[in-house]
Design a protein around this ligand. Structure first.
Ligand code: ADP
Ligand code: ZN
Length: 228
């Protein structure tokens, strides 16, 4: 099962992917997480991308595409499928992704488009906090940690992403509208887009996606049996 999660920052892609992973074991591949790991480790690559990420701009296509290709072609890790979060973010990235997946004969099954409104996005992102150690996501009012400043999962320190400042959120939204909207059309044209209103609660989104996965599996079963 290979799924792309599409939608503006704050739509809840990472939160949803975390829940699905818990339920089904499908791997969460987040380019944002991968970049933050590089920045944390202080690697050359991390230094190269830091300014782009913290200002809310995009890392150049060639850089991010290389990172992603390395990850998706490491077979063992992604053999059972994955949810791709944060990539593709531009049409050229979508084209490169198709080319990579065609080479290994593993096309995307569908793209799940989570549409959210601006006030909801701002509320979610300004309140968002992350565990520095394990990456768990919290929210100051919607989902606060049991103990202030401490992760429920691992006890790690909770922090606010530099790009979750309100100014930077607006910039990320502008970048999203300009660069990522074409990606939505791209999958729509391929007949692979499933759209959902992401202003809804997480539980409802989770059920919707699990149902879509079931339907997908069933219709694939049909295809296999009619071939016999
Ligand atoms: P968001 O909450 O905006 O979805 P992410 O964690 O996915 O945040 O990404 C954070 C930042 O990392 C982006 O604003 C961008 O700078 C960089 N980034 C992540 N994925 C990509 C990508 N596919 N192409 C370019 N830049 C990316
Ligand atoms: Zn943690």
């Amino acid at each position: 099962m290979r799924i792309i999660l599409l939608g503006p920052p704050g739509a809840g892609k990472g939160t949803l992917a975390g829940l699905i992973k818990e339920k089904s074991g499908v791997v969460h591949v987040s380019t944002g997480d991968m970049l933050r790991e590089e920045m944390k480790s202080g690697s050359g690559l991390g230094q190269e991308v830091k300014n782009f990420v913290e200002s809310g701009g995009l890392v150049p296509d060639e850089v991010i595409t290389k990172i992603l290709e390395n990850r998706l072609t490491r077979k063992d890790e992604v053999a059972k499928g994955y949810m791709l979060d944060g990539f593709p973010r531009t049409q050229p990235q979508a084209e490169v992704l198709d080319a990579i997946l065609e080479k290994i004969n593993q096309p995307i099954d569908f793209a799940f488009y989570m549409e959210a409104s601006l006030p909801v996005i701002i509320q979610r992102l300004t309140g968002r906090r992350i565990c520095r150690q394990c990456g768990a996501i919290f929210h100051m009012t919607n989902m606060p940690p049991k103990e202030e400043g401490k992760c429920d999962e691992c006890g790690g320190e909770i922090y606010q992403r530099a790009d979750d400042a309100e100014e930077t959120i607006r910039k990320r939204m502008d970048v999203y509208l300009a660069s990522t909207t074409p990606v939505i059309d791209y999958y729509e044209k391929q007949g692979k887009l499933k759209k959902v209103n992401a202003d809804k609660g997480t539980e409802e989104l989770l059920n919707f996606l699990l149902k879509a996965l079931d339907e997908y599996n069933e219709s694939n079963q049909d295809k296999i049996s009619t071939r016999d």
